[in-house]
Design a protein around this ligand. Structure first.
Ligand code: SF4
Length: 256
């Protein structure tokens, strides 16, 4: 990936810009927002963050329809389900994505901090910091706008998600924020998009293998993430200033 420079915009200017973008695109369709963001608002300065999870295909299809060369950053934590990796490869081929970037943890840091690979049991926050937040920060540091596939219906913590928001040095764009589950499903069906194979097994929010379980009917989509812990976000979408995190999580109750 070429080395990129950060936008020199100040934090307050970024906040004003996000506010103006929210006003400008209120009521717009998700694909219109994506097209305008990629082509006009942040030309050559926008990247997609994707887990290649259960509903990622909808955002990726919209992005690929606008410009398949748009960079897509995928976090390869080392704990992805085999099904997710196979699904990622399938979507790259099916959608014709040209630039999928794998963000991986630093091997030396992992060897020092998580030699046995069981950090997720002792301290899930720190594990996410090493395996997700830091690699993601390294991968996206040169972009001004980051497109995500988050939706309001996914959880109570995302119920007020705006279309545009500021996180640290980035403007985050959530073009699907207001779509309902039914609209997501209808879009996927209309375009005959392949679905993540684990959805058939009851998974509705798919992350790392040790920290993801299927959910029960009626639960939040994200209830299957970090079962037994109060943790709800990994640090990519929740205040990630890039500083080391060492807050021990409560012990898991499920022995995972
Ligand atoms: S989701 Fe679990 S395994 Fe993955 S980085 Fe976070 S704590 Fe570690």
């Amino acid at each position: 990936m070429p080395s990129r420079q950060h936008s020199p915009m100040s934090h307050s200017a970024r906040l004003r810009r996000a506010e103006a973008l929210n006003a400008r695109y209120e009521g717009s369709q998700p694909w219109e927002i994506i097209e305008r963001v990629v082509r006009e608002e942040f030309p050559a300065d926008a990247a997609v963050i994707s887990s290649f999870g259960e509903e990622s295909v909808v955002l990726l299809h919209m992005v690929a329809s606008v410009d398949p060369t748009t960079p897509v950053v995928f976090l390869d934590t080392g704990y992805q389900f085999e099904e997710t990796l196979a699904y990622r490869d399938r979507l790259i081929e099916t959608l014709g994505l040209i630039q999928v970037i794998s963000a991986e943890p630093d091997a030396e840091q992992l060897a020092a901090e998580d030699p046995g690979g069981l950090l997720h049991r002792r301290d899930a926050n720190f594990c996410c910091h090493l395996r997700k937040t830091l690699p993601m920060l390294r991968a996206v540091r040169g972009y001004g706008a980051l497109l995500t596939g988050r939706k309001r219906f996914q959880s109570t913590t995302r119920a007020a998600l705006p279309l545009f928001e500021v996180q640290d040095s980035w403007i985050k764009v959530n073009p699907l924020a207001l779509m309902s589950r039914q609209e997501i499903e209808a879009y996927a069906e209309l375009h005959r998009l392949p679905r993540h194979p684990l959805v058939r097994q009851g998974y509705r929010s798919i992350g790392c293998r040790p920290c993801t379980v299927p959910v029960k009917p009626g639960d939040d989509d994200r209830a299957g993430r970090w079962p037994g812990l109060e943790k709800t976000e990994c640090g990519i979408h929740f205040g990630a200033p890039g500083q080391p995190v060492r807050r021990a999580s409560p012990q898991r109750q499920d022995g995972r």
